[in-house]
Write a protein that binds this ligand. Structure first.
Ligand SMILES: CC(C)(COP(=O)(O)OP(=O)(O)OC[C@H]1O[C@@H](n2cnc3c(N)ncnc32)[C@H](O)[C@@H]1OP(=O)(O)O)[C@@H](O)C(=O)NCCC(=O)NCCS
Length: 170
């Protein structure tokens, strides 16, 4: 069984490799500093039975973001003030030997759950993500993320899609 935890000292950050060096380096060098300074929060997926240093099978990072509503597609922008807030999925990665086994999907669902906690406390119009390439863009699109008209590698998942997705889960 898997467990999602806030990144901490018990996790083996150095052993993580997803095949993308910038993502590996973020986890190793930046994620904890960012958490301490309130810039972002990183969550890791580990095996429930793992003991410290726990191998990290995947992770994601979230931060609060601001966006001009004019950057959204017209149906989404309607009736919104000029500046709105949301949550950015800053990073998402799965360890090489564990890719294509549903961990990315599990992490995305967890990120949606974290978004709803923030939404229920302070609002926010949805989740934003920067896809690093066309392949990553296709990955996010299958979960309902919509490319922004001004930058097709920046995608948006509206709150109602998140609510529907989580309401239909067992
Ligand atoms: C991209 C990544 C996060 C996906 O996680 P994953 O655990 O491998 O993917 P999942 O098993 O959750 O895949 C879910 C679905 O997406 C599909 N999929 C997986 N990787 C994909 C990709 N790169 N592009 C398009 N579709 C993909 C799978 O076929 C699967 O569909 P299915 O359930 O119908 O078979 C992971 O492969 C990774 O970390 N890659 C390297 C870093 C990276 O590219 N991160 C993206 C940051 S922008």
């Amino acid at each position: 069984m898997y467990k999602i935890e806030l990144l901490g000292k018990s996790h083996d950050r150095d052993g993580f490799d997803c095949g993308s060096e910038p993502l590996n380096l973020f986890l190793k060098q930046t994620a904890r500093q960012h958490a301490e300074r309130g810039i972002s929060r990183t969550f890791v997926l580990v095996d429930e039975a793992a003991v410290a240093p726990k191998p990290i099978l995947g992770f994601f990072a979230l931060n609060i973001c601001q966006i001009k509503s004019e950057r959204l597609a017209p149906p989404e922008a309607r009736k919104l003030p000029r500046d709105v807030s949301g949550v950015r999925l800053g990073r998402l990665a799965v360890a090489k030997g564990h890719q294509r086994h549903g961990i990315g999907k599990t992490l995305l669902v967890a990120a949606m759950g974290k978004f709803l906690e923030i939404f229920n406390t302070a609002g926010g119009i949805g989740l934003f993500v920067d896809a690093k390439d066309q392949n990553a863009k296709r990955y996010y699109e299958q979960f309902g993320f919509i490319p922004l008209p001004s930058n097709e590698l920046e995608l948006f998942l509206p709150v109602r899609t998140i609510q529907e997705a989580l309401a239909t889960r067992p």
